[in-house]
Design a protein around this ligand. Structure first.
Ligand code: SF4
Length: 316
């Protein structure tokens, strides 16, 4: 049972991110904690994480952000949703906040960029259709096997739902890519699984995918142990990390335990070849694989500042 606490906040919601790949835009978290409860969630170790099963939302977020925008001398080109939660969690209150904040930004000529594993509400898709040139996103998908997803990402949308959304967003003109991150070595990255994954992604019209593998931090390891128990799957996930290496993970002074370099190198080569069969370009996440690449995985896109305000029709 989820515990949702509503709070009022006086400090700014639009904040810069410490992540190198999110440095171009301010970011916003529509909640503290995330109802998707992915077992590998990197935010579990953050000091503001309210604990599994707890979500904090801010009732004044949309109003406060509208006033933050007014006070800014230079408007940001876009805002990124969300570094530490999912903007489309299956909670009506959060979906309303996300809608209100995105609408406020778009009406003020500010772009919206997002990553989600959730079910995007129809109201949001309508908003995105109207402002498609101002929006870019990634749909997170590490497998098309719902049995695996129900264990690893228990409350996120089903694979088919995510693929349908990806297709729909591409159709309405939103710049989209897939985010296959974190792939779990030995669990979601076998050749057959990758063929199914990239074939399904390609059928949506998507031509790009960001990829990376699971990294470990103490809170992630604890979550895996707690949620998977002493199973073969847990051993399969953790054992390659016994030879893992500590790497910076994009956040200032922050490191994670990555799979050994040779495993990641050969796996990325294999992934690229399979994706290539489906005409999908692969972008390795450079923040989490600095020993392989410093390239961008396009979690955000270049965005021009819009000088025209496009009012949202009341009839929508
Ligand atoms: S959707 Fe993202 S933020 Fe939410 S639980 Fe999963 S990994 Fe964490």
């Amino acid at each position: 049972m989820l515990k949702i606490t509503t709070k009022h906040r006086k400090t700014n919601f639009l904040t810069p991110s410490g992540l190198r790949c999110l440095a171009n835009f301010p970011t916003v978290n529509v909640s503290a904690g995330c109802a998707h409860n992915c077992v590998y969630c990197y935010t579990k170790g953050y000091s503001v994480y309210p604990g599994d099963g707890s979500i904090e939302v801010y009732e004044n977020m949309a109003i406060r952000i509208a006033s933050e925008i007014k006070q800014k001398r230079k408007k940001p080109a876009a805002v990124y949703f969300c570094p530490s939660c999912d903007p489309f969690q299956p909670i009506p209150q959060i979906q309303q906040i996300t809608f209100d904040v995105m609408k406020t930004l778009l009406e003020n000529g500010i772009g919206v960029q997002f990553v989600t594993k959730g079910k995007i509400p129809e109201e949001i898709l309508g908003l995105f259709a109207r402002y498609s040139s101002q929006i870019a996103g990634q749909i997170g998908l590490i497998s098309v096997d719902d049995e695996i997803l129900s264990v690893i990402e228990p409350a996120a949308a089903k694979a088919r739902q995510r693929l349908n959304q990806l297709e729909r967003l591409i159709e309405i003109g939103v710049k989209m890519s897939a985010r296959c991150d974190p792939l779990i070595y030995g669990i979601t990255d076998e050749d057959k699984q990758l063929h199914s994954l990239f074939s399904a992604i390609a059928k949506t019209g998507c031509e790009e995918s960001a990829v990376s593998f699971l990294f470990l931090r103490p809170a992630i390891t604890s979550s895996l142990k707690k949620n998977l128990g002493q199973t073969t799957a847990l051993n399969k996930i953790l054992s390659p990390f016994s030879e893992g290496i500590s790497l910076p993970i994009g956040l200032k002074n922050s490191t994670g335990l990555a799979l050994p370099l040779d495993i990641r190198k050969s796996s990325f080569e294999r992934i690229k070849k399979i994706a290539n069969d489906y005409d999908i370009r692969i972008h390795i996440c450079g923040c989490k694989n600095r020993d392989i690449t410093n390239k961008n995985c396009y979690i955000t896109r270049e965005q021009k500042i819009q000088d025209k305000l496009l009012p949202y029709p009341n009839s929508y």
